[in-house]
Design a protein around this ligand. Structure first.
Ligand SMILES: O=C(CO)COP(=O)(O)O
Length: 228
């Protein structure tokens, strides 16, 4: 994973499926090229194969299970992601919470299959616990700000600075991202100034009138703030 990062969690909005999802992913690809940053798109499981075949930027799954191919009805094996050219997996999102042993199993299985991991944590302490598992990246997202349009980087900057401090005590390499309520280019800039390498964002893009413009503005802000 390169830095800075604009990771777009599509969640399961009505814009997260079909052609709209492809258009948003293509806007991400365009911004990644234009500003030289890492844009990661994270569509629902049903859209993974199509989007991975239409864009060259990394596509991550919103969740996957630590299984190989086999008799696992209703689960999404990590082995299948690899076959679809998916580059990584989001783990333990606050809307899809897991126990620590389950997080460990997914991160280990992803490593075995050569996939990256972006693990979510709701507090600085949880982020430090996650950092000890050595994922590729982690995102600190206070659940009470998710989907509110109130950016954690503005409303609760101490959550970000505490996360960076606690995580670096246990892991010097993991990429740290900021998420929850990130709405504007300014919010992205603040997240980077507070010591993280980018953002994990959903509603500001998925619910926008003009998602392409929001992606462009956030990507430009990330590139600019990260260079300084
Ligand atoms: O949960 C999030 C990203 O994974 C954050 O969601 P919002 O950007 O909608 O606040």
């Amino acid at each position: 994973m390169k830095t800075p990062v604009l990771a777009i969690n599509f969640k399961v909005y009505n814009t997260s499926f079909g052609q709209k999802a492809v258009d948003i992913a293509k806007a991400g690809e365009k911004a990644a090229k234009e500003y030289g940053i890492e844009v990661i798109v994270i569509p629902p499981a049903t859209e993974l194969r199509r989007i991975a075949s239409e864009v060259s930027i990394p596509v991550f799954a919103q969740h996957a299970d630590p299984y190989d191919f086999g008799a696992y009805t209703g689960w999404l094996p990590i082995a299948a992601l690899k076959e679809m050219n998916i580059k990584g997996v989001l783990v333990n999102h606050s809307e899809h919470r897991l126990r620590l042993d389950e997080i460990v199993a997914i991160v280990e299985a992803a490593k075995k299959h050569g996939l990256e991991t972006l693990v979510c944590a709701d507090t600085p302490i949880a982020a430090a616990a996650v950092a000890a598992i050595k994922p590729t990246a982690l995102a600190v997202e206070p659940p009470e700000l998710i989907g509110t349009g109130i950016a954690v980087s503005k409303a609760k900057p101490e959550i970000i600075t505490n996360t960076v401090q606690k995580v670096r005590e246990v892991n010097k390499d993991v990429i740290i991202l900021t998420g929850a309520g990130i709405s504007t280019a300014e919010d992205v800039e603040a997240a980077i100034r507070l010591g993280t390498a980018g953002v994990l964002v959903a509603s500001a893009i998925m619910k926008a009138q003009n998602p392409e413009k929001v992606i462009n503005d956030m990507a430009m802000a990330a590139a600019k703030a990260y260079r300084k």
